[in-house]
Design a protein around this ligand. Structure first.
Ligand SMILES: [Zn+2]
Length: 199
């Protein structure tokens, strides 16, 4: 449709999640209209983020070094782990200020259609963290949708045989929604009213 570099830019932008062809075109022309210095800043932010951001070796959250800021924080409680799907969910839970424990980021949810099974998620790493009896409660904070529920049910079964309290966020979260979009009050209440899973 367009010549060379313009079309390449539109194609690359169009591969981003949530960016359709029309948005890709609009962003591309916005970039072409921008100051070279602004475009350079964007390009630097992209390459720097990719080069410098890594994933915490303990919890899987985004980090600037081997461990993330939450894992190295001595004020956090070691006996509770909140299991979430993605790093953005850590941010959502932190915003509520209801939770002072540690996190575990799965890196997604079980989704057979996309070929994602338990082995593609950081479940083995979670089980390793639970070996030494430090953790007394695991809070399953998956999104309240089909894949989130299936993943929580899988983990609840897996953890059922261990001497650990397994809880699930209380209802009140919009069904079919995304944790990240729940407002702080609703998510905070869901935390307070979390319920025990299984027996
Ligand atoms: Zn961490």
């Amino acid at each position: 449709m367009y010549e060379g570099a313009v079309q390449d830019l539109i194609d690359e932008l169009g591969r981003l999640p949530g960016v359709g062809p029309k948005s890709a075109q609009r962003i591309a022309f916005h970039i072409l209209d921008s100051d070279p210095a602004d475009v350079q800043r964007l390009a630097t932010a992209l390459t720097e983020a990719k080069a410098r951001v890594r994933f915490c070796e303990v919890c899987g959250n985004v980090a600037q070094s081997e461990k993330c800021q939450i894992c190295v924080d001595p004020r956090r409680i070691d006996s509770v782990i909140c299991v979430v799907e993605e790093s953005k969910d850590v941010v959502a839970v932190e915003r509520t200020r209801e939770f002072r424990g540690r996190y575990h980021v799965l890196g997604g949810v079980i989704n057979p259609i996309d070929g994602i099974g338990p082995n593609e998620l950081r479940i083995r790493e979670l089980m390793t963290r639970l070996q030494d009896d430090t953790v007394k409660e695991v809070i399953l904070a998956m999104d309240p949708n089909v894949e989130g529920e299936a993943t929580a049910a899988y983990l609840a079964r897996l953890l059922g045989s261990m001497e650990i309290r397994v809880t699930r966020l209380a209802s009140g979260l919009p069904v079919g929604g995304d944790l990240e979009f729940a407002d702080e009050v609703t998510l905070g209440r869901a935390f307070e009213g979390r319920t025990l899973v299984g027996s």
